[in-house]
Design a protein around this ligand. Structure first.
Ligand SMILES: *Cc1c(COP(=O)(O)O)cnc(C)c1O
Length: 376
């Protein structure tokens, strides 16, 4: 068990700080031990800070980001409900599929790869279908697009439609304002801008969302993700009861990761991502490469970039990993085979990493061009 050293600049996981790894190596407590309660409370408090919410029901689901997505959807949706989902990439499409499997009639509002979901079209679809739930991806990791949410949230405020927001790639790397935007359920994952190993899905439920779960006519079809059962463990006042064994070491790591966010300051952390994302974007364009996300809506922490025609992206990516130890992600969907996804998330988001990647890319592209030019 001696894995090679890497610089993780893909779509997640990101590099993990030593303090988080050390926290995960601490001796176990029983998950019902009173000494564990402060750890859970610190996590809830830290998550409320990064989600910018006062929601009491804020915790980490014991599984990766996809479980956060499933938990949001299966708790809110009952068979036969109408649901509107914005689809502009892989993760929006997944949310629509999760809702379909929960028995919803799903109406998608689509956008081409690399573009935002048009807020007006999204609100119009909500007004037309009056759905029980409307879902959006804030940071679409497959396209690098930063979806505007505030005006959509405001338009849905006085409706019965609950707004679900995927903040897996945005949380702690771009501003997420759950309360200001009127988001009812937001979920995330630990391994992106929080820089904690994968395995937990931070999530927050508004009071209306909790009430919706309590008022259901049918049971949540997932026993494991049913909020009503989970609340029995989370509620310290009620005396914690066993639901499933909490992943104690992973939660230690999340607590330490949230402490690091507090030490840096959330605003400073967001500004760091903004500044270094812009530096990466400028550097890639200076190499003559095309950014694929719509200008004005580019994520700093996840950049999609097209490689020059004729360059074998997979071969170049393998060389970047083998010769420089840098991992980046392959393009997905419409961008497969011609683009990369470069992450600058949390601990991986440093000026040194931006410079290393740009220098390595310049070298590899130069060699690829020389080889192509040498061909008869
Ligand atoms: C990574 C990601 C997910 C899925 O998270 P996992 O931890 O891989 O399950 C969901 N939504 C978005 C936007 C993501 O980037």
């Amino acid at each position: 068990m001696f894995p090679p050293e890497r610089i993780l600049m893909g779509p997640g996981p990101s590099d993990v700080p030593p303090a988080v790894l050390q926290a995960q190596a601490q001796p176990l407590l029983g998950h019902l031990d009173p000494a564990f309660t402060p750890v859970l409370e610190r996590i809830a408090e830290g998550l409320r800070t990064v989600f910018r919410t006062a929601n009491p029901v804020t915790f980490a689901v014991s599984a990766t980001g996809m479980a956060g997505m499933e938990a949001a959807v299966v708790n809110l949706v009952e068979p036969g409900d109408d649901v509107v989902v914005g689809v502009a990439g892989v993760f929006g499409a997944r949310m629509a599929e999760v809702a379909r499997r929960a028995g919803a009639t799903v109406h998608t509002v689509e956008a081409p790869w690399g573009r935002i979901v048009d807020p007006e079209a999204f609100v119009a679809a909500v007004q037309r279908h009056r759905p029980r739930m409307a879902g959006l991806v804030h940071a679409e990791t497959s396209t690098g697009v930063h979806q505007p949410v505030a005006e959509i949230g405001a338009a849905l405020a006085d409706t019965d439609t609950l707004l679900v927001l995927d903040t897996v790639t945005s949380l702690a790397g771009a501003d997420v304002r759950v309360d200001d935007w009127g988001v009812d359920v937001a979920y995330s994952a630990t391994q992106k801008c929080l820089s904690v190993p994968p395995g937990l899905a931070p999530i927050t439920f508004s009071e209306q969302a909790v009430q919706r779960v309590r008022d259901r006519a049918t049971p949540v079809q997932s026993w494991y993700l049913d909020l009503t059962g989970l609340l029995g463990y989370l509620d310290a006042q009620g005396g914690r009861t066993y639901h499933h064994t909490a992943p104690i070491s992973a939660l230690y790591g999340l607590a330490a990761g949230l402490d690091l966010v507090a030490d840096e300051g959330l605003d400073a952390r967001l500004a760091r991502h903004q500044r270094l994302g812009a530096m990466l974007h400028e550097g890639l364009e200076a190499l003559g490469l095309e950014l694929l996300a719509q200008p004005g809506h580019r994520l700093p922490q996840l950049t999609t970039v097209a490689l020059p025609d004729g360059v074998d992206e997979a071969a170049l990516r393998s060389r970047l990993l083998a010769e420089h130890g840098i991992e980046v992600g392959a393009g997905l969907g419409d961008f497969a085979g011609r683009a990369w996804r470069i992450g600058l998330m949390g601990r991986s988001c440093t000026e040194g990493n931006v410079r290393l990647l740009l220098a390595a890319l310049e070298r590899l592209l130069g060699e690829a061009a020389a080889t192509a030019g040498a061909r008869p």
